[in-house]
Design a protein around this ligand. Structure first.
Ligand SMILES: Cc1cc2nc3c(=O)[nH]c(=O)nc-3n(C[C@H](O)[C@H](O)[C@H](O)COP(=O)(O)OP(=O)(O)OC[C@H]3O[C@@H](n4cnc5c(N)ncnc54)[C@H](O)[C@@H]3O)c2cc1C
Length: 465
């Protein structure tokens, strides 16, 4: 990858400080049933100061506010202001696959790159989070189609199937404990078991799925009702001064509606972080992705109870992997995302691109007849695209989130951002760890968060390849 701080693919100037949520975003399936909290402002005027400011009302920002509230339950609460450029959950959280999963290939990749011990910290977080999300749904009585279920990593590509099998069996033989939850399926009945035509291998893993917008907006509504958070939607942060001579121990947050002084500031801005936090200019790159909602004209029974990552056959052994994710919905429709090989040749369309107001139209034909092409029994389903949308992910050079105190701004600013392609699997418990740092003064190492997530000066020096 290139260093695109100053120049974009068309030769124009693109400074990372211009990265921001755009208006007139494409409308994802998940934002078709809006909650009254969607464009709420707790007070007409922006407060002038607060104890803790959270920028971003997506999964990260709301999870952070929730755990802050829990920590202060029955005690004196800090004043918390949440600033959101657009509406609640209009960023990646409202546009993703609703899949809370870590692929087996990702586990293998982490083990190869960082060793088993560090990789397992990340995998354990994902597993713990499945149950923590279930607890939250039950405790808060949320109506968000939450399901504990299983997911298939299916391989149609021969070479990839062989590698996945070899990696898995090596881990199994070595007694790696994560393999206990994973089931390997192959042999003559594999198409029947997985429903996928041409499947060579499948690894079945425990996961959960939910309606991300409903989960986040309902939690946020309860926080606003309890007056635990002052929510300010449609309030973009344009810059943050952290070295104001008048307020050396505070962050001064500028918006078109006025200025907010915060004793503590949390960036929950994922892909957009570089726009207002210069330390991350070269570290978090906005990457545009796309997903779709497919609806069958004839309802198919039985229901597809598992979710999927499908690794399709590649045109040649040197081609990059072609992977989609599928999340069958309770009503028989399916959310499908991926298809990035259909537009990947055109770098500026997706890389360092933060515009979710337009479509990646190349992917639409791929999504349109996907069920008929790949699923047994779906040939006459009439399944087709009901809508397609784009969304912006925050990619980092090492593929891992940046979490903790912003280097050089210790005690004043924290971050949880850069979740690459899969934040749903990490954010809920990562936010809990961040809250331990912000409110209880814990060191990162004492939060139990994966060491690989810690944001450091050294990681800030890494560059995209
Ligand atoms: C198409 C697509 C499919 C995906 N599929 C999956 C999936 O199936 N599973 C999975 O785990 N992950 C998936 N992801 C990734 C996942 O959506 C993200 O990792 C996750 O939602 C990040 O949550 P967040 O709250 O950190 O970021 P966001 O949801 O993007 O929230 C950040 C918020 O900050 C606000 N903000 C940013 N800058 C400013 C500013 N200057 N002032 C005020 N507000 C600001 C934004 O408006 C936004 O609301 C997908 C992403 C995309 C785009």
């Amino acid at each position: 990858m290139r260093n695109i701080t100053d120049v974009d693919a068309a030769g124009g100037v693109l400074r990372r400080s211009q990265i921001k949520p755009v208006y007139d975003a494409t409308v994802p399936y998940w934002r078709t049933e809006l909650h009254p909290i969607d464009d709420h402002r707790s007070t007409e005027e922006l407060p002038e100061e607060c104890d803790i400011a959270i920028i971003g009302a997506g999964f990260s920002g709301v999870a952070t506010a929730y755990h802050l509230d829990k920590l202060h339950d029955g005690k004196e609460r800090p004043s918390i202001v949440m600033l959101e450029a657009r509406r609640v959950c209009e960023g990646a959280t409202g546009r993703n696959g609703g899949h809370v999963k870590m692929k087996t290939a990702t586990v293998h990749g982490l083990i190869e790159k960082f060793g088993t011990e560090l990789a397992m910290e990340v995998r354990d977080l994902v597993m713990a989070q499945n149950y923590a999300l279930k607890d939250a749904v039950e405790t808060e009585n949320l109506d968000c189609e939450f399901e504990l279920r299983r997911s298939y990593d299916v391989y149609i590509d021969e070479d990839e199937a062989e590698k996945a099998k070899k990696d898995f069996l090596a881990n199994l033989k070595a007694g790696a404990r994560w393999t206990r939850d994973v089931d390997m399926i192959e042999g003559k009945n594999i198409e029947q078991v997985t429903s996928i035509k041409g499947a060579k291998l499948a690894l079945s893993v425990p996961i959960c799925s939910l309606w991300p917008y409903k989960f986040v907006s309902q939690i946020l509504a309860r926080l606003v009702e309890r007056k635990a958070v002052n929510l300010q939607t449609n309030t973009p942060v344009t810059s943050v001064d952290s070295t104001s001579p008048r307020h050396p121990s505070a962050s001064i947050i500028h918006t078109p509606r006025g200025t907010l002084k915060a004793k503590k500031l949390i960036f929950a801005t994922n892909a957009y972080t570089a726009g207002i936090c210069p330390s991350y200019h070269e570290t978090i790159t906005p990457v545009r992705g796309t997903a779709s909602h497919l609806v069958p004209s004839n309802l198919i029974s039985p229901h597809l109870s598992h979710t999927y990552n499908i690794n399709y056959a590649r045109p040649s052994p040197t081609s990059k992997s072609r992977v989609d994710y599928l999340n069958p919905r309770p009503d028989g429709s399916i959310v499908v995302g991926g298809g990035n090989w259909t537009y990947s040749n055109s770098l500026s369309k997706w890389y360092d691109n933060f515009d979710d107001s337009t479509q990646l139209s190349e992917a639409r034909p791929h999504f349109d007849s996907l069920m008929q092409r790949h699923f047994k029994g779906w040939e006459e389903s009439g399944a087709g695209v009901e809508r397609v949308w784009t969304g912006i992910q925050g990619y980092t050079p090492d593929g891992l989130a940046h979490v903790g105190e912003v280097p050089g701004k210790e005690g004043r600013q924290w971050i949880l951002a850069g979740f690459n392609g899969g934040g749903n699997a990490f954010i809920w418990l990562t936010a809990k760890g961040v809250v331990e740092m912000v409110a209880n003064g814990k060191d990162f190492e004492d939060t139990g968060l994966p060491k690989l997530f810690k944001t450091t000066e050294e990681r800030l020096r890494q560059r995209m390849e």
